[in-house]
Design a binder for this molecule. Structure first.
Ligand SMILES: [Zn+2]
Length: 244
């Protein structure tokens, strides 16, 4: 399996992935998607080999050599034994098991998305055309204790049909072919949350017309992003399945 940047078809080497983790960690930290030692990034290196960020470190100040290589049971294969893999890595490994098509997972703590999940405001909304095309509906998982094996359980079913999930009261999980793609999906998630929050403050929501939604879903299908059964689920959520 190859690992590609969003702008190049060349596979990323392990060396390049380590550099990419540093760059993405800096972006996550500077954009307030993670604070203190929160968050983690991983990438599939090959069969039963994954590169992951170290636990207990600020993601804004990592060095390439600090990343850890683990197997599918989260056992370190190489790297400094002091720099254990992230405690939330079980959640990443579950995503790889359920999604053979993905090459990377990003977990973060975007504040607006978390606040809305605590307030019970769903991000599975039908407001933003680009979000519907690129991510479909952003689902929210049940609550699980952070850094506990429960985290893998609550994403198990949803991650099969979604590239972006909100972990209730905790954070986000976004997946992609590359770490960069997974990171960009995180940006979309928090942006969608900020807009949803502003709409709540304004007290008004303008739904997309049925015709507009159909065009967007056609586009998602053409791009090969539509998951099995997803079109009907979106139409139902957006209230477009009952009128001609
Ligand atoms: Zn977390």
């Amino acid at each position: 399996m190859g690992y590609h940047t969003s702008t190049s078809s060349a596979p990323l080497s392990e060396h390049a992935l380590r550099e990419e983790f540093v760059r993405i960690g800096q972006l996550m930290h500077s954009r307030n998607y993670v604070t203190a030692t929160d968050g983690n990034i991983s990438a599939r290196l090959g069969k039963d080999r994954y590169l992951v960020t170290p636990s207990g470190q600020s993601k804004g100040f990592m060095r390439p050599e600090e990343m850890v290589v683990i197997d599918g049971e989260a056992r370190p294969l190489s790297g400094d034994w002091e720099l254990r893999p992230s405690s939330e890595i079980l959640l990443h490994l579950e995503a790889y098991r359920r999604r053979p098509d993905i090459g990377a997972v990003v977990h973060a703590h975007p504040p607006t998305a978390i606040a809305l999940s605590i307030a019970g405001v769903s991000l599975a909304r039908c407001q933003l055309p680009e979000v519907l095309v690129t991510l479909g509906l952003i689902a929210t998982t049940d609550y699980a204790t952070p850094a506990d094996p429960e985290g893998a359980v609550v994403i198990r079913d949803l991650i099969r049909c979604h590239d972006a999930l909100i972990l209730r009261r905790h954070g986000s999980v976004t997946v992609g072919a590359t770490p960069w793609e997974a990171y960009l999906r995180l940006e979309k998630v928090e942006n969608a949350a900020e807009i949803a929050f502003k709409l709540l403050l304004l007290g008004r929501e303008e739904p997309l017309s049925r015709a507009a939604l159909a065009k967007l879903l056609d586009k998602r299908e053409k791009m090969g992003l539509m998951k099995p059964g997803e079109r009907a689920a979106i139409e139902q959520t957006c209230g477009c399945d009952d009128t001609p």
